[in-house]
Design a binder for this molecule. Structure first.
Ligand SMILES: [Zn+2]
Length: 87
C-alpha cells in the first residue's frame, strides 16, 4: 500500500511540472548586467558592444568603426582645444 502510494505520487509529480514557462520575449534578451556599458567616445551615448561570448573584457566603445581608443583620444583633444581657444 505504502509503496503504491509513493509510486503514484512520483508519477503524478512527473506528469505535472510546475516550472514557469520561459517568456518568448525574454529569451533573446539577457539583462543580467546592472549597468549597461556606454561608449566612452566624447558625446556618444550609444551602448558599448557586448563582450565576446568566448570571454574577454567588454569593449568600451559602441559598434561604430569611427569610435575607438585613437579617435576618442583625438576627439577629446579637439574638444579641449576648442574650449581653450574659445573667445
Ligand atoms: Zn560610440
Amino acid at each position: 500500500m505504502a509503496e503504491r502510494d509513493a509510486r503514484a505520487r512520483q508519477l503524478g509529480g512527473d506528469a505535472e511540472r510546475l516550472r514557469p514557462e520561459p517568456r518568448p520575449h525574454d529569451a533573446g534578451m539577457e539583462h543580467h548586467v546592472n549597468e549597461p556599458k556606454v561608449c566612452i567616445y566624447p558625446g556618444c551615448e550609444r551602448p558599448a558592444v557586448p563582450p565576446h561570448p568566448l570571454g574577454g573584457p567588454q569593449p568600451a566603445f559602441c559598434d561604430l568603426e569611427d569610435h575607438n581608443a585613437l579617435t576618442a583620444h583625438q576627439e577629446r583633444q579637439r574638444l579641449a582645444e576648442e574650449r581653450g581657444t574659445k573667445g
